[in-house]
Structure formats: C-alpha cells, structure tokens
Design a protein around this ligand. Structure first.
Ligand code: ADP
Length: 191
C-alpha cells in the first residue's frame, strides 16, 4: 500500500504532478483543496465554512479538514494506495493522519516535497489565476499570505516526517517530465 504525501508550497506543481502519479502508480488522489472547492461549489455548510478561510488564504481549521479527509478515505476502502495532496498542512493534521492510518494497519510511505523559489511560485499562481477561476489566485496579497502561512504552519510537516526518514526534497523547477522523473525515482527508492 503506497501512501504518499505530495508536499510543497502553493504553486509548486502538486496538482500537475499528482495527475501523472495517479497514472503511473494506479493509486487514488485526494486533494483537500479540491474537496473544499467541490463543497463550496455546492454551497454545502462545509463549503461555506471553508470559503471564509480560503478567500483570505488562511488554513481551514484542523477539525474540519481532518474530518473531511477521514470521510474521503473511509468511503474508498478498496483504494490500492493514496496520494495526499495539500494534506497534512499542520503538525496536528500530520499526527491525526498517522494515528488514522495506524488504526487501519497502514502508514505514510514517504513525503515528497517540491522545492520552488518564492518568486517563481508567485508568478505561476498569478498566471494560473488568469484561467483557474480561483479567487485566491487572482490577488497577489492573498497569494503572499498563502506562502507565508505555508512557511509558518506547514513547512514543519517536512521536518516531522524527516525524523522517521520519510521526507525527500525534490527540485521543482524544470519541465513537467523532468520533475516527474525525479519524483518517481524518489518514490521508488522509498518503497
Ligand atoms: P494551493 O496548494 O495552491 O494553495 P490548495 O487547493 O491545496 O491550493 O488549497 C487551497 C486552499 O484550501 C488553502 O489556501 C486553504 O485555505 C484550503 N486548504 C486546503 N487544504 C487544506 C488543509 N489541509 N488544511 C487547511 N486548509 C486547507
């Protein structure tokens, strides 16, 4: 069972690489950002709650996010493995994920982090904003806030999984295929 955390700041290319990883490894993809956007699109209570935070580039509270993630995993019991994209984003989420997987006799196989310079992240997100329809990609101050939240609340998750030797840092600049090959090499080494 391959349980992979696809990690990195906003704009580092997680979504793009996730699509290729699904194809290569035949595993399920869970993006908490996509799940929130789906709920928002349907105006569910969860979506309305998430919108308050996402619009500002803040994190949705842990209890909301963790509950949603667990539901998604539990409703796919036959998955051959999972790519966690955009989760965990706090140490509390990481601990909750570890406990949850442990209860099922599983564990995180590896965390692969895409490393991209900040100026490049901002440029990519502003560019994505032209076509993504995402309000949080259209405003440079919201983008900068997301990057600062990443540094203050999320980056530590890399160190948390380093303790058990599971974290790998992958240069995230280059062509999509070059980056994908680096990821696949790191993943194959880890499992
Ligand atoms: P990006 O990686 O470009 O920021 P995402 O789609 O992963 O895009 O996330 C968009 C927004 O959704 C985040 O800014 C945050 O508000 C919310 N979100 C997504 N995942 C989480 C999470 N694990 N914990 C808290 N909030 C989250």
């Amino acid at each position: 069972m391959l349980n992979l955390i696809l990690f990195g700041p906003p704009g580092s290319g997680k979504g793009t690489q996730a699509e290729k990883l699904i194809e290569k490894y035949g595993i399920m993809h869970i993006s908490t950002g996509d799940l929130f956007r789906y709920e928002m699109g349907n105006n569910t209570p969860l979506g309305l709650k998430a919108k308050e935070y996402m619009a500002k580039g803040e994190l949705v509270p842990d209890e909301v996010t963790i509950g949603m993630l667990k539901n998604k995993v539990n409703s796919n019991p036959d998955a051959a493995g999972i790519i966690f994209d955009g989760f965990p984003r706090t140490i509390a989420q990481a601990k909750a994920l570890d406990e949850f997987l442990q209860e099922k006799g599983m564990e995180v196989t590896a965390l692969v982090a895409l490393d991209v310079p900040e100026a490049e992240l901002v440029a990519r997100l502003l560019n994505r904003g032209k076509s993504s329809g995402r309000a949080d990609d259209n405003d440079e101050s919201i983008i900068r806030n997301r990057i600062s939240v990443y540094k203050s609340e999320t980056a530590q998750v890399f160190d948390y999984y380093s303790i058990s030797g599971k974290s790998r840092l992958i240069p995230g600049v280059g062509t999509v295929d070059e980056i994908f090959n680096r990821l696949a090499t790191a993943i194959d080494e880890a499992c």
